[in-house]
Design a protein around this ligand. Structure first.
Ligand SMILES: C[S@@+](CC[C@H](N)C(=O)[O-])C[C@H]1O[C@@H](n2cnc3c(N)ncnc32)[C@H](O)[C@@H]1O
Length: 278
């Protein structure tokens, strides 16, 4: 079935993936994957974190990368072929599909906000984990008022009250994340905020990337060029004009959870006893 990400896939790969790779590498590093392990990458998109996981688990390991968008899965499959990895299986599947386990790690980068029923997806992941397996997620947030995504969303709300920008943040404070995992029977063992600089040659290049490459595309298609240009013009006024270079470092929350009582390995911590929940 077609999804809005099918049309955005090419632009997402070109504009956003190279900028998001440092976040993906943080997540894979924090999970302390070992050679030979088995990893499920849910909502893999074009697969940058799946390739990083495959490098960490080596030829003796296995990665299954899934996404609901057929086009994202096709693009991911091409990247896997180009990289020459024989041990990555790529498939169209909902994020809540944890079949094929037990998994040493289940990874979801920037995908949770798209899931209408996060709790049941995380419960399914718990069911697919090996005893010492970990769920590792990345999500945008906590919110940052100066973040250009937020600024543009604010102008959209002001000028086009009937339309709203999809918010990629979910409640990401430590206690909120702990509660989310606990409702699925998992305990949080790592919670940290990471930032990396995203640079654009000009503010105009940022707006172009945003409207062609992700869910803003739908808004652009609904509003048309003229109305979106009015929103962009207000944005350019706040950042020094369309030709001004744009650099910002949006916060992302990285969290890892595991089964209560299990012993797990994290980066720089070879043995962590997972606390009880509740
Ligand atoms: C922001 S992209 C993240 C892609 C990739 N993980 C990354 O970090 O670059 C969100 C992805 O979630 C996928 N997605 C949305 N809803 C989904 C669902 N219910 N099950 C699986 N994938 C889903 C989209 O197709 C898209 O590829």
């Amino acid at each position: 079935m077609a999804t809005p990400w099918d049309r955005a896939a090419a632009g997402y790969v070109e504009e956003w993936v190279p900028r998001f790779v440092p976040y993906h590498l943080d997540l894979i590093h924090e999970l302390a994957l070992s050679p030979g392990q088995r990893v499920l990458v849910a909502s893999c998109g074009p697969g940058s974190e799946a390739l990083a996981a495959a490098r960490a688990v080596g030829e003796g390991g296995l990665v299954r990368a899934t996404d609901k968008s057929e086009e994202m899965v096709r693009v991911c499959g091409d990247a896997v072929k180009r990289a020459g990895f024989a041990r990555i299986a790529v498939a169209v599947a909902d994020a809540s599909d944890a079949s094929g386990g037990p998994w040493d790690a289940i990874v979801c980068a920037f995908g949770l906000w798209q899931l209408p029923d996060r709790a049941s997806a995380i419960r399914a992941w718990r069911g697919g984990l090996a005893r010492s397996g970990k769920v590792g997620i990345l999500t945008w947030g906590p919110p940052d008022a100066d973040d250009p995504f937020e600024v543009l969303a604010g102008f959209l709300a002001e000028l086009e009250p009937g339309h709203s920008a999809p918010r990629p943040q979910i409640a990401a404070q430590r206690d909120q994340m702990a509660a989310m995992f606990e409702s699925a029977g998992l305990a949080i063992v790592r919670h940290t905020v990471v930032r990396h600089v995203l640079s654009f040659r000009t503010a105009e290049a940022f707006v172009k990337a945003l409207r062609e490459a992700c869910t803003w595309r739908r808004i652009w298609e609904e509003l048309g060029d003229d109305r979106l240009d009015r929103i962009a013009a207000k944005f350019y006024d706040t950042v020094g004009g369309p030709d001004a270079p744009l650099s910002f470092a949006p916060p992302a929350t990285l969290a890892i959870a595991a089964q209560p009582g299990a012993e797990v390995e994290l980066a720089h911590r070879p043995s962590v006893r997972v606390p009880p929940v509740g």
